[in-house]
Design a protein around this ligand. Structure first.
Ligand SMILES: Nc1nc2c(ncn2[C@@H]2O[C@H](COP(=O)(O)OP(=O)(O)OP(=O)(O)O)[C@@H](O)[C@H]2O)c(=O)[nH]1
Ligand SMILES: [Mg+2]
Length: 436
């Protein structure tokens, strides 16, 4: 984004000198930084239909007025309260610049004397430029993470609100909403209470239950990765297409068709997943094909689930057996091309029988995948850790508890709920993009 965050200034002021406003309103040229006035993008980062920006603090209205012209002129600096005003936003007020005079139509609503909301198109460029002009008008651009944490005393709830911006499906959004409503905070408080009361067994049980949901919780903002492997020509790409319901991957009778890793996102039972189709292994493969197979193997090491596809009309070979043995966790075996055999041979490992050509067996395959990824369905309001930091602190607490260090366990839980950020105004672990 072309604007720079001024969060880190000790006095909370912006370092960017404003340029002259050519729209006839308050001049933004050399505007003194408005101490305490801040602007924050509330909607998720990235492209969207709409974006919402909050401007708040002393001088919020004056800052907004340097760029915004209501369609119906308003006499006062302050705009009428709680009224949605349509108008023009001067996007670039740098005299002589190629885009000087560019503008954007948007709506503004003044909610309090020092708090306004701007609703504009959600494209990255528009959002970046509106924020940049607010910065030129003296506002400090604050990350949504910093803003939320400064308003919300419950850190875990604030984090859930931020994570909601990354929810890929309604189902994961529902689980995150539960955490935002306090499910995780209350569970942590209960453990705390048990620890303080000396009920260490109860605390350990509660910790284990909470940690048991970590494999689901950690995927609420990141899809499960499913990697499709198998010998060449067994129907891996056909199966991917059958699962997706559209022709994503190239399919051909010639073995060695897929060379590179090809990914596609979808949802199974409302859980977000990313499939990766890979190059099939076979004897006599050339250098390029072997490089593809190597890449497939690397990808498989990062998988949450491996689908090992085999051809039911061909014998189960040592290559299939090798692929089965190499997978770190037990892969889900798929016996494809069922239409080519009258009766599935018995001398093969258990698996799902499919015909990628007709999509027969695909519903069963999806059910099996869902069962593997989320073995127990969380009921409404189930607390679950959804960030690596949560899992780390909970594990530490459990470890301390099982080694008889109750105080350390309490400390780890405190660290989990503490409302603290690092010096850069972001939360101190992964998901950096979302938390920025
Ligand atoms: N009869 C039948 N043919 C299938 C089935 N699935 C795939 N095929 C055919 O098998 C051939 C290979 O299919 P692909 O999906 O390209 O196989 P692949 O495993 O991705 O092959 P590589 O990319 O070369 O590793 C194509 O001619 C498909 O039409 C099936 O269930 N039944
Ligand atoms: Mg293929």
């Amino acid at each position: 984004m072309p604007f720079s965050s001024c969060d880190d200034h000790a006095d909370g002021t912006s370092s960017t000198s404003a340029q002259r406003d050519r729209t006839g309103g308050e001049s933004a040229a050399f505007v003194a930084p408005r101490r305490g006035c801040r602007a924050v993008l509330l909607t998720a980062h990235g492209r969207g239909a709409l974006a919402t920006i909050v401007v708040e603090g002393p001088g919020a209205c004056a800052a907004l007025r340097t760029c915004f012209r209501p369609a119906t002129p308003q006499p006062d600096v302050e705009l009428p309260r709680d009224r949605i005003l349509f108008g023009h936003w001067q996007l670039n007020d740098t005299p002589g610049s190629a885009s000087a005079g560019d503008g954007e139509e948007l709506v503004v609503c003044q909610l309090a004397s020092d708090r306004l909301e701007i609703h504009c198109h959600g494209g990255r460029a528009v959002v970046a430029q509106v924020l940049a002009s607010l910065q030129r008008a003296g506002c400090t651009i604050v990350s949504s993470a910093r803003w939320l944490l400064s308003r919300e005393s419950d850190r875990l709830r604030a984090e859930a609100q931020l994570a909601l911006g990354q929810a890929g499906t309604l189902r994961v959004a529902g689980v995150l909403l539960d955490q935002h409503r306090g499910a995780l905070s209350q569970a942590v408080a209960r453990i705390h209470q048990a620890l303080r009361a000396g009920e260490t067994d109860t605390a350990a049980t509660l910790l284990r239950t909470l940690l048991g949901w970590a494999p689901v919780g950690l995927h609420l903002t990141r899809p499960w990765r499913i990697v499709i492997v198998g010998r060449a020509n067994v129907g891996k790409s056909s199966l991917l297409n059958a699962v997706l319901g559209y022709s994503r991957a190239l399919v051909h009778p010639t073995p060695g068709t897929t060379r590179d890793v090809l990914t596609a996102s979808t949802a199974i039972d409302g859980w977000p997943v990313e499939f990766a189709d890979t190059a099939g292994s076979r004897a006599g493969a050339g250098e390029l094909e072997r490089a593809g197979v190597q890449r497939a193997a690397e990808h498989a090491t990062r998988a949450d689930l491996i689908l090992l596809v085999s051809d039911l009309s061909a014998p189960w070979t040592t290559d299939d057996q090798h692929l089965l043995a190499r997978a770190t966790d037990l892969p889900l075996v798929v016996h494809n091309k069922s239409d080519l055999v009258d009766r599935p041979p018995s001398s093969r490992p258990d698996g799902i029988v499919t015909c990628a050509k007709t999509a027969a067996g695909v519903p069963q395959l999806l059910a099996a995948i869902s069962e593997r990824l989320v073995p127990a369905t969380p009921s409404s309001g189930t607390p679950m850790p959804f960030r690596q930091t949560h899992v780390r602190h909970l594990r530490r607490a459990l470890q301390a508890l099982t080694s008889g260090h109750r105080d350390q366990a309490i400390q780890s839980l405190r660290a989990l709920s503490e409302n603290r950020m690092n010096d850069h105004g972001s939360l101190p672990d992964g998901h950096a993009g979302a938390m920025r």
